[in-house]
Design a protein around this ligand. Structure first.
Ligand code: SF4
Length: 326
């Protein structure tokens, strides 16, 4: 008899997240659309055990908001979040916090300037318990896991380079042996050579410890390097998802195709096919009618202005939100 398959590590189902604008609790009661900003809607995704899911989008696409909602740092308006097959509720969020970790976009800003590195990497034990018997030895072991020497424990955050700070944040994220790590722009602000080191470190951690990662970034090269599957967010909706290699080989949504086409080519002798995205991402306060990408889409038709497309499956494991794709 075969053992029953384990559920995915983390599942998001039909998530919607609204934010009330200043002066808005009353407006929320009154259900006035003008005072309630819809940030995310109709988001469904799952992260399997030991896989890396990459989430891509321009600024304003809602990717950091989604990450924070998945960690229970922002309340969702509707939908369901589950981990290990168990729905997450306010009652069991503490359990979630122990099993997940977040690597923030600006590592130095996320570290308290008055604490030494050794105390920073072991602080999660002080917050969540149990306290380590030998805090200094635990700090040295955590630093070794991310390739930092033991003497680094005595430094303060302002004494670290960008790459060292990113490694310290990674060590801190690993302290409680999480099953799931969300990394927000893990290579932002780093030199290209250091970017490669950090991405290799994350890949090793996934390989050696089976940690699942959600990597959120606007940098497609990071996704290519790290992610088994990719999701593309536009104005708070998932517009395409699928295995990374397949999406890069044959993007189905015009937005995905535009992002890939405008990716810098490392070889300056080769010019990328031009399919640049027109205009700015629209304001969340004035979402376009129909398909929300129609004002920037190079192939929009009449239906696109009138009818909102839903996310539909076009192949096993591949979905797209576009009337004309597939
Ligand atoms: Fe473009 Fe229409 Fe597809 Fe939207 S639905 S992405 S406007 S073709």
């Amino acid at each position: 008899m075969t053992a029953p398959a384990k559920p995915p590590l983390y599942v998001v189902e039909n998530l919607r997240l609204d934010m009330v604008l200043p002066g808005g609790p009353l407006a929320l009661l009154q259900r006035s659309d003008r005072r309630v900003l819809n940030i995310l809607d109709d988001i469904s995704l799952q992260v399997e055990r030991g896989e890396t899911l990459g989430l891509v989008g321009e600024s304003g696409s809602g990717k950091t908001t989604l990450a924070r909602a998945m960690l229970g740092l922002l309340p969702i308006s509707s939908g369901k979040l589950s981990m290990n097959g168990q729905e997450l509720t306010p009652g069991n969020m503490a359990q979630l916090r122990r099993a997940t970790a977040m690597m923030f976009q600006d590592p130095i800003a996320s570290l308290s300037p008055r604490m030494r590195v050794g105390d920073l990497v072991t602080e999660p034990f002080i917050i969540h318990g149990p306290r380590p018997a030998d805090r200094a030895a635990t700090a040295r072991a955590l630093l070794a896991q991310v390739g930092l020497p033991p003497e680094m424990a005595q430094r303060y955050p302002h004494e670290l380079s960008g790459g060292q700070a990113r490694r310290v944040c990674t060590a801190r994220a690993l302290a409680l042996e999480p099953a799931f790590v969300i990394a927000d722009e893990p290579t932002a602000g780093l030199d290209v050579s250091v970017q490669g080191e950090i991405l290799n470190l994350l890949a090793d951690l996934k390989e050696q410890r089976g940690i699942s990662f959600l990597i959120i970034t606007h940098n497609l090269a990071v996704i290519r390097h790290t992610s088994d599957r990719i999701g593309i967010l536009y104005l708070g909706r998932l517009v395409e998802s699928g295995p990374t290699r397949e999406v890069f080989r044959a993007p189905a949504h015009p937005y995905t195709a535009s992002l890939i086409a405008s990716e810098p080519d490392p070889d300056p002798r080769r010019r990328r096919q031009e399919l640049a995205i027109k205009g700015e991402i629209p304001s969340l306060l004035r979402r376009p009618s129909g398909c929300e990408f129609h004002s920037r889409c190079p192939i929009a038709e009449v239906i696109c202005h009138q009818t909102r497309p839903s996310l539909r499956q076009i192949a096993p494991g591949r979905s797209v939100r576009c009337h004309l794709a597939g």
